[in-house]
Design a protein around this ligand. Structure first.
Ligand code: G3P
Ligand code: CA
Length: 268
């Protein structure tokens, strides 16, 4: 790969594997990441939180119960305890048609393990989750990204719903590519030009939802307006090919999906 191609290239359309290929394997586990990586997704998306002893872990919910056999806040447990939990069996119970014995007993992953496994062979789209519940997350994340030379090598984007979290990240590393996540409500479609202009000061793009309560809330005009402000628009979480095609036609810059192979079928 030529050197310049190693850098995050956001000019082309981005296939972002949401919590890995989480439609076909338990979210944020090694099998989900392996599937996404093998499919040729551009980015592995993961939500990052802190264990009680300060390790970065890949886990979406604030609480353990939906996607593991544990209970309580993820931040109340140290890494060793978290890694003894089973974050695969829930998937087999929820999706019997996709169940796999290999998913039983899958551990919660640390970000370090993810980087050790995929290294510079993958790109990562990492979310600082629940910053209120994860104080110190930004500094720990930047340390880890520097340790694995992910920023210099253009391998990472960091996203957050929290503007404060993104500003903290920017203060730590001015050259870290950032994306502001937004949630568009169904009944009040904001097209706040000033807010979009402000986001341009610190982020290269926005991540926005396509639907809310099943209803489409994003518009082609929103995408165009954001792009006019110089922002990339990455849309979450789009799993049906009909929706994918709509957003491709609307010139979205990339999609988060639990089924990267479905999206790649349309874009390759
Ligand atoms: O990061 C984009 C999308 O993943 C945001 O929603 O709840 O799936 O993290 P969530
Ligand atoms: Ca996320």
């Amino acid at each position: 790969e030529a050197l310049e191609q190693q850098y995050t290239d956001l000019e082309s359309f981005q296939v972002i594997a949401h919590r890995g290929a989480s439609g076909n394997a338990p979210e944020s586990t090694l099998p989900a990441l392996e599937l996404a990586h093998r499919s040729g997704a551009d980015y592995l998306e993961l939500d990052i939180q802190l264990s009680a002893d300060g390790h970065l872990v890949a886990f979406h919910d604030r609480e353990l119960q939906r996607t593991s056999n544990g209970e309580g806040r993820i931040n109340d447990f140290d890494l060793e305890t978290l890694q003894q939990l089973d974050t695969g069996s829930w998937f087999n119970a929820a999706y019997p048609d996709k169940a796999n014995e290999g998913f039983v007993g899958l551990p919660i992953l640390s970000l370090e393990e993810v980087f050790k496994r995929f290294g510079h062979d993958a790109r990562y789209y990492l979310e600082t989750k629940a910053p209120d519940q994860n104080p110190g997350l930004e500094a720990a994340l930047v340390d880890m990204l520097e340790r694995f030379e992910m920023i210099a090598d253009g391998r990472v984007i960091v996203q957050s719903f929290s503007r404060e979290s993104l500003l903290a990240l920017r203060d730590l590393r001015a050259d870290l590519p950032l994306v502001q996540l937004l949630w568009l409500p169904a009944d009040d479609m904001p097209l706040d030009l000033e807010a979009l202009g402000d986001i341009t000061d610190y982020a290269l793009g926005v991540g926005v939802n396509f639907r809310a309560d099943e209803e489409i809330v994003l518009t082609e005009n929103f995408i165009e307006t954001a792009q006019t402000h110089g922002l990339k628009v990455h849309v979450y979480t789009v799993n049906e090919q009909e929706d994918m095609q709509t957003l491709i036609d609307w010139r979205a810059d990339g999609l988060f999906t639990d089924y990267p192979e479905r999206l790649l079928e349309l874009t390759e």
